[in-house]
Design a protein around this ligand. Structure first.
Ligand code: ADP
Ligand code: MG
Length: 723
């Protein structure tokens, strides 16, 4: 336990929470009276997942705390997650713990291990029903007895415990229906660098970063959700596309809309502040400005847009005119931000307050009158009435006039050249003024409390506004990017066609200088399911496969894609088995990790899945590596029929292209200039028989002697094999 000064507290809390500690905040619950001990209690427990201070939160991402409920006999896990600032509260079911965590990206996870009693159904359902004041969880479309309730109840219990009931912005549970979403597991999210880049685990370099030119924090957070959970529902995808299309077609409108959005404050977290009583009068004024912006957005869409989704979102916008008028009538336009200073409630809003403040003005007149009167009575022109915090009001009497001082003056103190006095009359005026201003400040605080309570009643509507604005922001953001980067609207089909013409990598196309990214095609369908890609290291095989996957994912979140033309089959899941660098950390052997991943793929992939297999079988000896790779691929081709992109260094695998009509062999073009290998990054039909190992190694600056020797050894082995 420690005591810190109030103003420095946030700094210490931040440090402690970042170190993983929980911080319990205790406060005095009543004003000091100088006589008895004051009641103190814990008013809030702050943990990494329940932070409410702006300075500790990232505007671009939700601060989720999550509970995960695992049962002994289910193969799935049940998760509930909430952001106590935005008031979002979700439940969903996931394949396993890791996939849940990679989808939700929580700052804190609670499980039965920490908190077992709260996960018990009887306890959990009671918590949920009591908090939301409902008799059945069906209200949220969650069946009674669903294990989702175990997770939701435990999370709610935890929040109630830490936030000490200041949760009024959590107003409903939202069920995330997995049938509407494509599955991306943790491995796919990580390797495709969906929300963070592989190398340094930051947003920069990720798909999310490439897609995020949103104007509002609500939009940025929603976009992160869209990219981690792309859709798998044609109607929902098409709705988004139609909205984007309309804004894309009218880029001037789109810019104008984005200019309005740019002015928004964080409406989502505002509700959290209101719920926590953590708003000052300036926040309220900012909120009234946001309300008029909401009206602007609404009018703009009604006048300029027809797309169904945009119209529906505009319909969800409610500028809360009544509330806005109330707030504008109550709060001064340039209010002070410190509640205990007063000076933020407008004149004319409350009669008692006006009267109390009037005493202040009247007081000044009384003091002036008294000063004049005392000057005349004593004949001392230099006499004056002044004020300071320590002494209060006093009469200042020049030293050299002391003999003119009347007996009724009572000495209060002195400075070098003056003596300070008071009189009965001055004391009376003083107490009237001080009481009145104290009372006025108290009354202002009371009125402000009432105003916050009034705003609190509108929290569900404000949240609805925040969600609609977030959607409008993300849609106009995607329209803007499509326009800026010349992306096209993909067709979505359910016939199994995956056609990408001149596909670019959404991140690399902007990192590389213009025109340096070589676009490639992809042409798969239900008959041609598999691409077998050969080519030397550094040719661009991995980049190509990721390009395809990212285009598919972008299409599923409703975005336009970096292609000249695209027709994308509805995909239930993207799997990746990429790279051999990731495994040192986990302590498992590379090969074992690889086989675990492949096993997961063959068990869960369907004909509607997209598989990226990068160099399978590399982690073991050449012979059994090749054998496994071939057996795995054969199984996928014959038994599953997923769309599969397979990059391989086993040239022998090209047989598959000859034996199966579903498999096409491709290579990545290289050429050679003056004996040096040049990578053209172009994926074409054909087979690359040569790994160009020595040529690629040459680029690394290895001594010529080694390179030449390697080439010689290779020749010898080849001639040996041929005999
Ligand atoms: P591989 O998997 O065949 O070893 P990579 O896909 O890792 O090769 O690509 C190696 C490098 O080549 C990449 O880091 C990138 O800089 C460049 N590259 C790959 N594909 C392209 C492309 N289509 N256009 C431009 N540069 C590319
Ligand atoms: Mg590679």
């Amino acid at each position: 336990m420690c005591v810190v000064t109030y103003h420095a507290a946030n700094l210490y809390i931040k440090k402690l929470v970042e170190l993983g500690f929980k911080v319990a905040i205790a406060e005095q619950l009543e004003a000091p009276n100088g006589k008895t001990l004051i009641n103190r209690d814990v008013v809030r427990v702050i943990t990494s997942g329940t932070v409410i201070d702006d300075a500790m939160l990232n505007a671009d991402s939700n601060n989720f705390v999550c509970s995960i409920y695992e049962t002994d006999n289910d193969s799935v896990v049940y998760a509930a997650w909430a952001d106590i600032m935005t008031g979002e509260f979700y439940v969903a079911q996931f394949d396993n713990y890791d996939n849940a965590v990679s989808r939700i990206r929580p700052k804190e996870v609670i499980t039965k291990k920490h908190f077992s009693y709260a996960f018990v159904y009887k306890q959990a359902v009671q918590t949920v029903k009591k908090y939301f004041n409902i008799n059945t969880t069906q209200i949220f479309d969650i069946p009674e007895n669903s294990p989702l309730i175990n997770a939701a109840g435990a999370l709610l219990e935890y929040l109630l415990m830490t936030a000490k009931n200041k949760l009024s912005n959590i107003t409903k549970i939202m069920l995330v229906r997995d049938e509407n979403f494509m599955v991306l597991d943790k491995i796919a999210r990580d390797t495709l660098e969906i929300v963070s880049s592989y190398r340094n685990n930051t947003k920069a370099g990720s798909l999310l970063a490439a897609l995020d030119k949103t104007e509002t924090p609500m939009g940025a957070r929603l976009l992160a959700d869209w990219v981690t959970a792309p859709l798998k529902n044609v109607t929902m995808i098409t709705e988004r596309q139609d909205a984007i299309q309309e804004l894309f077609d009218n880029s001037i409108s789109c810019q104008a809309l984005r200019a309005i959005l740019d002015k928004f404050n964080d409406l989502g977290r505002f509700c959290g502040k209101v719920a926590n009583g953590n708003v000052n009068p300036k926040d309220i004024i900012n909120f009234t400005e946001t309300l008029s912006l909401i009206q602007e957005v609404k009018d703009f869409i009604v006048q300029n847009c027809h797309a169904l989704l945009l119209a529906r979102l505009a319909g969800q916008l409610d500028a809360l005119m009544e509330l806005r008028t109330l707030l504008l009538n109550a709060i001064k336009p340039e209010p002070s931000t410190v509640l205990s200073d007063g000076g933020y409630i407008k004149e004319g809003y409350n009669q008692t307050l006006d009267e109390l403040r009037n005493v202040g003005t009247l007081g000044k007149q009384w003091l002036l009158a008294l000063e004049t009167k005392e000057r005349t009575e004593t004949g001392v022109e230099k006499l004056k009435i002044a004020y300071n915090r320590v002494t209060g009001y006093y009469l200042e009497f020049p030293m050299n006039a002391l003999k003119q001082m009347p007996y009724r003056f009572i000495r209060k103190g002195s400075t070098l050249n003056t003596e300070r006095y008071t009189t009965d009359e001055l004391r009376e005026i003083e107490s009237k003024i001080l009481n009145a201003s104290g009372e006025a400040i108290k009354l202002e605080q009371t009125i402000f409390g009432e105003i916050i309570a009034a705003v609190q009643k509108y929290i569900p509507t404000i949240q609805q506004n925040a969600a609609a604005i977030a959607n409008i922001d993300v849609l106009s953001n995607l329209a803007y990017l499509a326009y800026k980067n010349q992306w096209v609207r993909p067709e979505i089909n359910t016939a199994g066609t995956l056609l990408l013409e001149s596909a670019r990598h959404p991140v690399l196309e902007n990192v590389l200088p213009t025109n340096e990214f070589i676009a490639n095609d992809c042409n798969l369908d239900s008959e041609n399911t598999t691409m077998l890609i050969t080519g030397p290291n550094m040719a661009g095989k991995s980049t190509y496969m990721k390009t395809v996957a990212l285009n598919v994912i972008m299409a599923h979140l409703g975005s336009f894609v970096p292609c000249n033309r695209a027709n994308v089959s509805l995909t239930d899941r993207v799997f990746t088995r990429i790279g051999a660098s990731d495994d040192m950390m986990t302590g498992k052997s590379t090969f074992m990790v690889e086989m675990n991943e492949v096993s997961n793929i063959v068990h869960n992939a369907t004909k509607d899945s997209l598989l990226l297999l990068d160099e399978i079988g590399r982690g073991t000896g050449t012979n059994d590596g090749y054998a496994l790779a071939k057996a795995i691929l054969t199984y996928i081709i014959e038994q599953i029929g997923s769309k599969t992109l397979c990059a391989t260094h086993f040239h022998e695998l090209i047989e598959l292209g000859h034996n199966y009509s579903q498999v096409q062999n491709y290579k990545v073009l290289t050429s050679s200039i003056n004996g040096q290998i040049v990578f053209l990054h172009k994926v074409v039909k054909g087979e690359e028989q040569n790994s160009f190992g020595a040529e690629v190694a040459q680029l690394s600056g290895l001594p010529e002697l080694i390179i030449q020797n390697a080439k010689k050894i290779m020749k010898e082995r080849e001639s040996h094999e041929n005999h």
